[in-house]
Design a protein around this ligand. Sequence first.
Ligand SMILES: [Ca+2]
Ligand SMILES: [Ca+2]
Length: 221
Amino acid sequence: MNLAPIPLLVLWLLLILPVYADDVTDLIPEEIRYHGRTYAYHPQWKRFETILRGNLDNDPEEEIVVSFGTKQKIRYGRRKGHPAHFCLIYDLTGEGYKLTKTIRGDKFPGKLILEDFDKDGARELAIFTHGRRYYTTLYIYKWKSGEYDTIFKHSGKYGIDVDLASPPTIKIGSPNVRAKVTTRDGKEIEWQYDAESLWEVYQWNGETFIYNKDLSTPPKK
Ligand SMILES: [Ca+2]
Ligand SMILES: [Ca+2]
């Protein structure tokens, strides 16, 4: 076997990979001005950074979506800036990638999903964003009449999951406070949390996610 091409291949990869990576890394800015405040990129959440490509709007070029953590810059006082999650959408134009949408999430970056829920050829963007005390919010954005519109938003701290089955569903957990327990004298009372969450299920109906009573965990009576 002729191994001569292998070093050349490695050299070629070393030449091409950094160019691509630099390009994409540049899409995460060092600073963002948002609603009169300045936020600085913070590497503390680097392992949760996400960069995805996909066509999100009505032109054929792909967009790039980046999601990362920042801290608000506070000029005066010794207080440290609060964390803030940002998600940016760039559109590919003749001159390169142009920022078209800035989404401020909660405090910490979560996962992103690009999925064409309504099968119209443009993908929708699902953003998970986290707050303190295990609080998670899920936003779903869709390109509609020239802008990105929120078609779904829900928060909770007992689990949120997007299932991309056909039709797709979203499960939102809530505490099962109605669990029944039996007292020592044999009486059944509603007293404590059950280990298993209750699940509110939303199912895609062709246009949006709507609550589906049959798929949801029935509240215990
Ligand atoms: Ca596009
Ligand atoms: Ca779509």
